[in-house]
Design a protein around this ligand. Structure first.
Ligand code: NAP
Length: 252
């Protein structure tokens, strides 16, 4: 799709990957709608993008539909969506509260699937045109990170959803893709309450993930692992899961 003048909704745009994506999209001429909860941070990103800000806690019932509805009301159309809002959690499942599990699933899966549904529904009510949806998942969903079982499962769920949503919307000129970041230098780890303490993979800047998201929206790619070399373990985990898990246990 053409990004110039396209109306693009970016969730989780108040910081990190979402903010970097919003800014890159604006630089490519898109009209960006930045969504998140932190009003001040969102306003600052929206100002840098020359776009608008919509505050919403996506875990709230009805919030996702209301968000998409508001974009349609303000702009009269929706051309693309970056489903990026997400939270992490590190620690054994048995040590998690039921509320922590629910919260991860509510944001990372439920609200993300609802956003895919709302975008697909909005696209079908508009005249045919090239449109796109990019889901920001995680390498964790492809390889399964030890100690992050619930988080990994939420991201794997979105990968499966994106694949099949893409099949459903293929004939309607909607390109659906995913970006699977490895480790990205954002507030994600502080927010989940467990800092990133491995030496490999090294964190990449959010701008690098933003470039991959733009490539997906533009229809150049369907599934992008960032950094690229992590596509090797992702492939191995799927092709030879037993040996992969043994290696992962040995080398972390
Ligand atoms: N950083 C990494 O290493 C990494 C690796 C793989 C995948 N990812 C994925 O990348 C995505 C972006 O993460 P990030 O690294 O940029 O982290 P981040 O800086 O913490 O950004 C997370 C974004 O999600 C939004 N958000 C959180 N809870 C929300 C809620 N209940 N309702 C609406 N918005 C909410 C936040 O907005 P507010 O603060 O305004 O609520 C924020 O803009 C996530 O889906 C994450 O799983 C990150």
């Amino acid at each position: 799709m053409q990004l110039s003048d396209a109306v693009v909704l970016v969730t989780g745009a108040s910081g990190g990957i979402g903010a970097a994506t919003a800014e890159l999209l604006a630089a490519r001429g898109a009209r960006v709608v930045c969504a998140g909860r932190d009003e001040a941070a969102l306003a600052a990103v929206a100002a840098r993008c020359g776009g608008s800000a919509l505050t919403a806690d996506l875990r709230e019932p009805g919030a996702v539909d209301a968000l998409v509805e508001e974009v349609l009301t303000r702009y009269g159309r929706l051309d693309a969506v970056v489903a990026n809002a997400g939270i992490g959690h590190a620690g054994a499942v048995a040590a998690m509260t039921a509320e922590q599990v629910t919260s991860l699933v509510d944001l990372n899966v439920r609200s993300t699937l609802l956003l895919g549904r709302a975008a697909a529904a909005a696209f079908t009510t508009q005249p045919p045109a090239d449109r796109a949806i990019c889901f920001v998942t995680s390498i964790a969903g492809a390889v399964g990170v030890s100690g992050e079982s619930v988080y990994s499962a939420t991201k794997a769920a979105v990968e499966a959803f994106a694949l099949l949503l893409g099949e459903e919307l293929r004939d309607q000129r909607v390109h659906v893709g995913t970006v699977l970041p490895g480790i990205v230098d954002t507030a994600f780890f502080d927010r989940r309450g467990a800092p990133y303490d491995r030496r490999v993979p090294r964190p990449v800047p959010p701008s690098r993930v933003a470039r991959a998201v733009v490539d997906v929206l533009a229809g150049r790619r369907r599934r992008v692992v960032v950094p690229r070399w992590l596509a090797v373990p992702a492939w191995l985990a799927g092709a030879v899961p037993g040996p992969y898990r043994a290696l992962a246990r040995r080398f972390g």
